[in-house]
Design a protein around this ligand. Structure first.
Ligand SMILES: Cc1cc2nc3c(=O)[nH]c(=O)nc-3n(C[C@H](O)[C@H](O)[C@H](O)COP(=O)(O)O)c2cc1C
Length: 193
C-alpha cells in the first residue's frame, strides 16, 4: 500500500488549508491509501541558514523531517498563497529537506515521489497562482506532481460544520484529485517502502 505524507503550508489556528487537507486525507484514507498527517511546526525548523548548515550540519528537526519524507512514497500538500506564491513556512521546509546529509544521494527526500497539490483562500482564485510556483519547485527537485489539483476559492465559506465541502462540484473535484493520487501512488508503489 502506498504511503502518503500530508502537510499544510500554514500553521495558522483555524487554517483553511489545514481544513481542506484534513478533509482530503479523510477521502484518501477511505480509498485505502495509508496517510500520515504532520504539522510542519512540530519539526522545529529554523529559517534556512547556509552558515549555520556549514558550521553544524542539518538541525535535528530537519533530520526528522527528512526521515518522514524518505519514509513516504508521496505528498499531499495544501498551501496558502502569499503574494502570489506558496507560503514561506512550506518553502523553508522544502529547502531544508533538499539539503543532503554527508554521503546521502542528492534530493533523496524527493526523487521518485508523487504529489498532489491543493490550496485554499478566501480570495476568488483559491491560491491558484501559488500552486504554479509550488508545482515548478517540486518538479524541479524530482517529484512527479500529478496534473489534478484544486484551488478552493472563498474557502472561508466553503465548509459545512462537519468539515465536508458545501459545493457538490468542488467536492467532486477534490475526490478526483485524491483518487488520482490513490491510483498513481498505488500503481507506482504497490509494496511497502
Ligand atoms: C502575507 C500574506 C499574503 C497573502 N497573499 C495572498 C494572495 O496572494 N492570494 C490570496 O488568495 N490570498 C492571500 N493572502 C490571504 C490568505 O490566502 C489567507 O490569509 C488564508 O486564510 C491563508 O491560509 P490559511 O487559512 O490556511 O492560513 C495573503 C495573506 C498573507 C498573510
Amino acid at each position: 500500500m502506498a504511503r502518503i505524507l500530508a502537510i499544510a503550508g500554514s500553521n495558522r489556528i483555524g487554517s483553511l488549508n489545514q481544513r481542506l487537507l484534513d478533509h482530503a486525507c479523510e477521502r484518501l484514507r477511505t480509498l485505502g491509501t495509508h496517510v500520515t498527517s504532520r504539522n510542519l511546526t512540530d519539526f522545529d525548523l529554523p529559517l534556512y541558514d547556509p552558515n549555520e548548515e556549514a558550521r553544524s550540519g542539518l538541525p535535528a528537526g530537519v533530520l526528522r523531517l527528512k526521515e518522514e519524507f524518505v519514509a513516504h512514497d508521496g505528498f499531499l500538500i495544501a498551501s496558502p498563497e502569499y503574494n502570489s506564491s506558496f507560503s514561506p513556512l512550506l518553502k523553508n521546509a522544502l529547502d531544508w529537506a533538499s539539503r543532503p546529509s554527508p554521503g546521502e544521494p542528492p534530493l533523496n527526500a524527493y526523487r521518485g515521489r508523487v504529489a498532489t497539490l491543493l490550496a485554499a483562500s478566501p480570495g476568488a482564485l483559491g491560491g491558484l497562482r501559488g500552486l504554479v510556483h509550488l508545482r515548478a519547485v517540486l518538479s524541479n527537485i524530482g517529484v512527479l506532481v500529478l496534473p489534478g489539483q484544486m484551488a478552493l476559492g472563498k474557502a472561508h465559506e466553503a465548509f459545512k460544520d462537519d468539515g465536508q465541502l458545501k459545493d457538490e462540484a468542488m467536492a467532486r473535484m477534490l475526490m478526483a484529485c485524491v483518487a488520482e493520487l490513490h491510483r498513481v501512488a498505488g500503481a507506482l508503489f504497490p509494496t511497502e517502502r
